[in-house]
Design a protein around this ligand. Structure first.
Ligand code: F6R
Length: 580
């Protein structure tokens, strides 16, 4: 995820954009850049690696005069943070300049095509190819057509803002990455979210999927990818700037739960070819991770063992040194959202010392884990601000699924998730109101949903401050059942697979002792034997985890809010735990 912004009007563009980038920094902060069309019609670019404050000390953005410009704050996906990879990117001659947020899935093949035509690239990014394609099409078409044709070549996700030498226009395109046009008086804006524009206007048009726009000082025109014009209505936004930073959501966690409709898609696009080769070569696989990432590791184990018949051990990072036996026959898969968790880093250093090969799965480009690992898979979820992992968990799952089934396309799950959140939100809130006075909540599951029960319990306890514990349904009778009495909440994950009958048995055991049972299920019938049910529709049994974790995230979130806690900043916890 990155933040992008554009301005055209009478103000000094670099000033408006600089301020805007600050507001968008939550979307990415490993490099910054601005391009402005100067008075002579030529484009000037200033950019560098680092956070805005750092870069601003080295680069004087405000030196750039001009009233039309674009800006970018980057969250690296293709190519590590560096001057070259920082946006804006240009064509060979520096006449087409653009910023991009998203992932161009077919960029390798497009890059080869352009190289064969003699284009020279200055960065490793997927974004740069778009500028070169526009350059290519400009040979025979006017600028709008060239832009439209280039956009039609792209697969994957994009929000693009482009400027072209000699044109007093911003060219915009959007697919699966947000882009909003802001309407001022004699000035126009566009950005990844409303925040940087609210100071100037309250009137907006959020762009639709597969849409192109041409923005001039006095207005904007919108088109589909075939170039047919569309009429659009402006909407009015009344948020404060602070609310807008969170996209109008009361908490980052709420926003990040919703963002899963984008992030899951991005993560399913990750190129796993090299990592897949590595996995094929090794018979012994150890997964190392902590907390939520450990639960993603348990999912990896389930998929690899049950579906691929490949044996996997999953070890809690801080325990690895004491129990594991890594050697040169071992492939270690280290999962860490931040890439900075000290327990995980120490564990992989230990494994490496014993000759193991390290494959890292992380969200943060250039993080410490990537420097130790032999191979890294980036999950491309975009920055996660809320301490409780939500979208990075489902992105970890997506990468793990892709690694297990590289040929399959599961990306439709992301759209299902969007619908699911809306469908079950109210019910999740209602259940949270019943849970908020509980002393302890039990989560039970079996089979493919067992890691999800663990994750549900962790999410719940860390932000509600109510004890939550997960057990395999079959384990109840071996101890925990003695804790069940009238009114004790039990959240049961009941999927219609080989574990179904057994789960019903577990529910009956706790019901008989007076438990208040909530089922998360794809079975309509369960409603008759439990107190509350959230029914989810799941098209493939293999994908239950994606559908079952969403209600658990929402229940945790709303319970926290009901109890007056800020779920973004639970006490005693930090987003990245850099001490052992
Ligand atoms: C829980 C949570 C933590 C992290 C754990 C590992 O919501 O976020 O349990 O999963 O601290 O962090 P990473 O994945 O950064 O190694």
């Amino acid at each position: 995820m990155c933040g992008i912004i554009g301005y055209i009007g009478d103000k000094k563009a670099s000033e408006v954009i600089l301020e805007g980038i600050k507001a968008l920094e939550y979307r990415g902060y490993d490099s910054v850049g601005i391009a402005v069309i100067g008075e002579d019609g030529k484009i000037i670019i200033k950019k560098d690696r680092g956070m805005l404050d750092e870069v601003s000390k080295k680069v004087d953005f405000l030196e750039m005069d001009g009233t039309l410009g674009i800006g970018h704050t980057r969250w690296a996906t293709h190519g590590p943070p560096s001057f070259e990879n920082a946006h804006p990117h240009t064509d060979c001659e520096g006449k087409v300049v653009l910023v991009h947020n998203g992932v161009i899935e077919n960029y390798l093949e497009l890059r080869e095509e352009l190289m064969a035509k003699g284009h020279k690239f200055s960065s490793e990014t997927d974004s740069e190819i778009v500028a070169h394609f526009i350059e290519e099409y400009r040979k025979n078409s006017e600028n709008f057509e060239a832009f439209r044709k280039a956009i039609n070549r792209l697969k994957g996700s994009y929000a693009i803002v482009c400027i072209i030498e000699g044109e007093k226009k911003l060219f915009l395109a959007r697919r699966n990455s947000p882009l909003i046009v802001g309407f001022g008086k004699g000035e126009m804006f566009c950005a990844s979210d409303f925040t940087p524009m609210l100071k100037y206007t309250k009137k907006f048009v959020p762009m639709d999927e597969e849409e192109i726009a041409v923005v001039e000082k006095d207005g904007a025109r919108f088109f589909n990818l075939r170039g047919n014009e569309r009429k659009k209505k402006t909407i009015e936004i009344k948020w404060s700037a602070e609310e807008a930073e969170r996209g109008g959501y009361p908490h980052y966690m709420a926003k990040e739960i919703e963002e899963q409709k984008y992030s899951i898609k991005e993560s399913f696009m990750v190129d796993v070819r090299k990592a897949g080769e590595l996995v094929k070569k090794y018979e012994k696989i150890d997964v190392i991770a902590a907390g939520t990432s450990h639960h993603a590791g348990l999912m990896l184990k389930y998929l690899f063992q049950k579906e691929l018949k490949k044996k996997v051990d999953v070890v809690i990072a801080s325990e690895y040194r004491y129990v594991a036996l890594p050697d040169k026959e071992t492939l270690v898969i280290a999962i860490s959202q931040s890439g900075e968790t000290a327990d995980t880093l120490q564990a992989i250093k230990f494994a490496k010392k014993h000759g193991a090969k390290i494959l890292a799965i992380t969200n943060v480009v250039g993080s410490s884990i990537t420097r130790i690992a032999d191979e890294t898979l980036y999950m491309n979820a975009g920055p996660e601000i809320g301490v409780a992992a939500t979208k990075t968990f489902t992105s970890q799952l997506a990468v793990v699924y892709k690694l297990a089934f590289p040929e399959r396309d599961f990306s439709y799950v992301a759209d299902d998730v969007a619908g699911l959140i809306e469908k079950i939100r109210e019910k999740a809130e209602e259940i949270s109101r019943k849970l908020k006075f509980a002393k302890s909540v039990f989560f039970i599951g079996r089979g493919i949903c067992m890691p999800i029960a663990y994750e549900g319990a962790l999410k719940f306890k860390e932000i509600s401050y109510i004890h939550g514990e997960a057990y395999a349904g079959g384990e109840l009778k071996h101890g925990p059942l003695s804790l069940i009495e009238k009114g004790v909440p039990v959240i049961a994950l009941v999927q219609k697979d080989e574990t179904y009958e057994k789960m019903i048995g577990s529910i009956k055991e706790v019901k008989a002792r007076g438990a208040y049972v909530v089922a998360i299920t794809d079975s309509e019938e369960i409603g008759n034997i439990v107190d509350d049910a959230i029914v989810v529709e799941c098209k493939e049994k293999l994908l239950y985890p994606f559908y079952f974790i969403i209600p658990l995230q929402l229940i945790a979130y709303y319970t926290s809010v009901e109890r007056g806690i800020n779920p973004d900043k639970p006490r005693n916890l930090a987003k990245s735990v850099t001490v052992e």
